[in-house]
Design a protein around this ligand. Structure first.
Ligand SMILES: NC(=O)c1ccc[n+]([C@@H]2O[C@H](COP(=O)([O-])OP(=O)(O)OC[C@H]3O[C@@H](n4cnc5c(N)ncnc54)[C@H](O)[C@@H]3O)[C@@H](O)[C@H]2O)c1
Length: 256
């Protein structure tokens, strides 16, 4: 018996990185997975890998920053799988990396459109299904940067902080309706997002990565599967008494 057997999970940004690891782990643990992303070929590749391994999944192109896209896709997924038990708001971008006084309105809005409004739109359109079903679990992927400051990516810090508090408010609204809402706060996890940040770092790739190793007390960054296991716990019935909480998967970063 899998840990999310017979549940239907919608994962945003499921084509790459942490989202892909979540989709594959959920499928191994018995869920039917709606893989969604703006990257169609990569998203379909995740579905193909899951199906080849004997799991259940289908892909939908969904841009979380566009409410119409979210509304239509959520309806299509509900029609296809019959219900949605788990929503993982994982899609995210890190955006402009320069001091606040150099950031344009467009750069600021771009990050908020995906990281904050995206999570809001998906929650907004999935919750009515969960209310009708009598419950569900929403996991919002925030970041250590949603809880502590550092001198990089200012819009990302603000956006992930918003996701952290949106989680708690949503948890309060829906606690009596069987819908749990929790946030996950990864430290540095080796994905395309981080490789991109390292490649663009003024100090160069190697120096950036050395810095990442140093700031995590465990001595190295994490892997996508490290985050996926935490998300699996919060999504599953094992966490039935857990709502409004924050799970840090950060190699000790925020314990310092
Ligand atoms: N990698 C890290 O170190 C790290 C640390 C803390 C938090 N996070 C968070 O984890 C989540 C996943 O990050 P990742 O490192 O796997 O990133 P990634 O860039 O590897 O993957 C992000 C996915 O989101 C998708 N996406 C981007 N914009 C989208 C949109 N508008 N609609 C739908 N999908 C969209 C991308 O196509 C991609 O598949 C993000 O929310 C990120 O902020 C990552």
């Amino acid at each position: 018996m899998g840990r999310v057997e017979n549940k239907v999970a919608l994962v945003t940004g499921g084509a790459l990185g942490i989202g892909r690891a979540i989709c594959e782990l959920f499928a191994r643990e018995g869920a039917a997975v709606a893989v969604t992303d703006i990257l169609e070929a990569e998203g379909q590749a995740v579905v193909d890998a899951i199906t080849a391994a004997g799991g259940k999944a289908a892909f939908w192109r969904m841009d979380v920053a566009q409410e119409a896209s979210v509304r239509q896709t959520v309806a299509a997924i509900a029609a296809h799988f019959g219900r949605i038990d788990i929503l993982v708001n994982n899609a995210g971008i890190s955006g402009a990396d320069k001091p606040p006084h150099e950031i344009s309105e467009e750069e600021w809005d771009a990050v908020f459109a995906v990281d904050v409004k995206g999570a809001f739109f998906c929650t907004k359109h999935v919750v009515p299904l969960m209310l009708a079903q009598g419950g569900g679990s929403i996991v919002n992927i925030s970041s250590i940067y949603g809880a502590i400051g550092s001198a990089d990516v200012p819009p990302y810090h603000a956006a992930k902080g918003a996701v952290r508090l949106m989680t708690k408010t949503d948890a309060m609204y829906y606690a009596r309706h069987g819908i749990r809402v929790n946030s996950v706060h990864p430290g540095t996890i080796m994905t395309e997002l981080v490789r991109g940040m390292a490649q663009n770092a003024p100090e160069g790739y190697e120096a950036y990565m050395e810095g990442r190793n140093r700031i995590h007390p465990i001595g190295h960054p994490g892997e996508p599967i490290d985050v996926a296991y935490g998300v699996l716990y919060l999504a599953s019935d094992e966490a039935r008494f857990v709502t409004g909480s924050e799970l840090y998967i950060d190699g000790g970063y925020t314990a310092q």
